[in-house]
Design a protein around this ligand. Structure first.
Ligand SMILES: Cc1cc2nc3c(=O)[nH]c(=O)nc-3n(C[C@H](O)[C@H](O)[C@H](O)COP(=O)(O)OP(=O)(O)OC[C@H]3O[C@@H](n4cnc5c(N)ncnc54)[C@H](O)[C@@H]3O)c2cc1C
Ligand SMILES: NC(=O)C1=CN([C@@H]2O[C@H](COP(=O)(O)OP(=O)(O)OC[C@H]3O[C@@H](n4cnc5c(N)ncnc54)[C@H](OP(=O)(O)O)[C@@H]3O)[C@@H](O)[C@H]2O)C=CC1
Ligand SMILES: O=C(O)C(=O)Cc1c[nH]c2ccccc12
Length: 429
């Protein structure tokens, strides 16, 4: 059945309407797979499919590629892993890029990448539902779109035997519900809306969360003459971004080739202690699991320090406990009972995937939006022509590896179907 559906898809022109109800926008059986998301993961899988001469349709909710990097990150952001660990398949970064490219460098690279492989997503298409139609052996994907400046939306169903989920681990913001928030007199925002500390000059700013975003925003706030306070709930591993004149991440990758992860973690923590001192003494408890192991097990990223740590040590960034409630006016109460006033609160409390809201099969993704491992294969392949790219918690490097695997698998199926369709045509002549 899946082969028949695939043969139909292979024989059509892209994306062909095979049923149309004008009010609903109709239904398209597309040639090749449907890819949800035009971030680095979606672009990498599309590029690799085009290398295999497999057509594809990319559905992207925003009006351009890489929405996270374009519209939801702060100005000073750079890749925090060296460029060799952040390249997408087939094309390296230009030689004149710095070791840690800026977000503008990275965006230039992504735009060139999309152009080079002729990836033209359908922008403004938000996927709101996807379900597997077993009878037709097709994924039916519902996307809502609005023409530019048009208030009316159109709902279209796209269908394909293959669905690639590339909507990202960071698709939606996480903002905890804190008691009394509506009574806070100052500004409240999420780190994804923060651009620069410039407009916070002279202000007391509470940053909730001590991941890479929280840490770097505190640094940025300090450098712009604001007074940042960082609220820490459960602690974090802070590592120097570099050790022995090379990147900590690079050192870790080399050691992992020879040593078990626990030993590499012990080594990293030893060097971190030598370089940074005892982070616990300044209010940053280290988790029980080591920095690489906790990333693998829970997805929690270690902080690669780009300057915040020395400001914590010098007291310019002040560590405060977990927030208990907003108390009215500018007041915030912490879990230790203390209260302080702030002009603004920034939640650097991370992101989550949105897949559970639209992939209508609770068996395939966990409640927090991660693909359930499909034994015996890994997280990039699900059942019935489903693929997941960029959900392995291994950053851009992991996304690239997923993309190569998924695209090769789809290409194998596509070519088999195309060969069968060609043979059927010859025998019917
Ligand atoms: C601030 C920040 C910095 C990072 N820095 C690094 C780094 O230096 N090195 C590294 O390896 N990793 C880094 N990461 C981790 C990760 O590599 C990046 O998040 C990367 O952008 C992931 O790519 P992606 O394509 O999987 O997801 P995204 O970049 O989030 O792209 C997903 C795309 O899907 C679209 N989308 C989502 N939902 C829908 C829907 N329902 N319908 C249609 N479209 C949808 C989004 O608009 C988006 O364009 C960083 C993450 C963050 C948040
Ligand atoms: N330069 C770069 O390359 C950068 C990379 N990144 C990456 O982007 C991703 C997201 O990072 P980031 O935005 O920092 O988010 P993270 O998920 O890494 O960190 C979230 C922080 O918020 C805290 N938090 C979450 N929920 C609550 C809550 N209800 N109450 C109190 N605290 C809470 C967490 O604490 P707890 O541990 O207690 O849950 C944690 O300290 C990561 O992969 C990160 O490495 C981010 C910025 C820069
Ligand atoms: O920025 C991130 O969180 C990433 O996903 C990059 C990344 C992948 N594996 C890691 C191990 C340690 C630190 C960062 C990463």
């Amino acid at each position: 059945m899946q082969e028949q559906a695939a043969a139909d898809a292979a024989g059509n022109n892209s994306p062909s309407k095979w049923e149309d109800s004008s009010a609903a926008g109709g239904c398209c059986l597309v040639r090749g797979p449907i890819i949800v998301g035009a971030g680095p993961s979606g672009l990498a899988v599309a590029a690799t499919l085009s290398q295999h001469a497999v057509p594809f349709t990319v559905l992207e909710r925003s009006d351009g590629i890489a929405d996270l990097w374009t519209n939801r990150t702060y100005d000073r952001l750079r890749l925090h892993l060296p460029k060799v660990f952040c390249e997408l398949p087939h094309v390296g970064f230009p030689a004149d890029f710095p070791t840690y490219p800026t977000k503008h460098d990275f965006l230039r690279y992504l735009r060139d990448y999309a152009a080079r492989f002729s990836v033209s997503p359908l922008f403004g298409h938000t996927v709101t539902a996807a379900r597997y139609d077993a009878a037709a052996a097709l994924w039916r994907v519902t996307a809502v779109s609005a023409a530019d400046g048009d208030r009316k939306t159109t709902t279209t169903e796209y269908a394909s035997p293959w669905l690639v989920v590339a909507s990202g681990e960071n698709a939606e913001v996480v903002v905890p519900k804190v008691k009394g928030r509506e009574r806070f007199a100052g500004e409240v925002l999420h780190s994804s809306a923060y651009r620069s500390g410039e407009r916070f000059k002279g202000m007391r700013v509470l940053v909730v969360g001590c991941g890479n975003s929280g840490m770097e925003m505190c640094l940025d706030l300090c450098e712009h003459g604001a007074m940042p306070f960082m609220s820490v709930r459960s602690g974090v591993h802070v590592l120097p971004r570099e050790m022995f004149g090379t990147s900590t991440f690079g050192v870790a990758m080399k050691l992992l080739k020879w040593l078990p992860i626990k030993l590499v973690d012990r080594f990293l923590l030893l060097v971190a202690k030598m370089v940074l001192g005892d982070t616990e003494k300044h209010g940053l408890r280290r988790p029980k699991l080591g920095p690489l192991e906790i990333k693998n097990v829970t997805g929690k990223s270690p902080v690669l320090d780009v300057g915040a740590w020395s400001l914590i040590k010098s007291g310019n960034i002040k560590i405060v406990p977990e927030v208990e409630s907003f108390t009215g006016g500018n007041g915030v109460r912490f879990v230790d009972g203390n209260e302080m006033d702030f002009d603004a609160v920034i939640f650097a409390t991370g992101y989550k995937s949105n897949v559970p809201s639209w992939l209508k099969d609770g068996e395939l993704f966990t409640e927090d939006g991660k693909p359930k491992a499909q034994q015996p294969t890994s997280s990039w392949r699900g059942p019935n022509g489903l693929y997941c790219v960029g959900f392995s918690g291994r950053g851009l490097l992991g996304a690239g590896a997923d993309a190569l695997n998924a695209a090769a698998d789809i290409a194998g199926r596509w070519q088999a179907v195309a060969a069968a369709a060609a043979a059927a045509k010859i025998s019917s002549v």
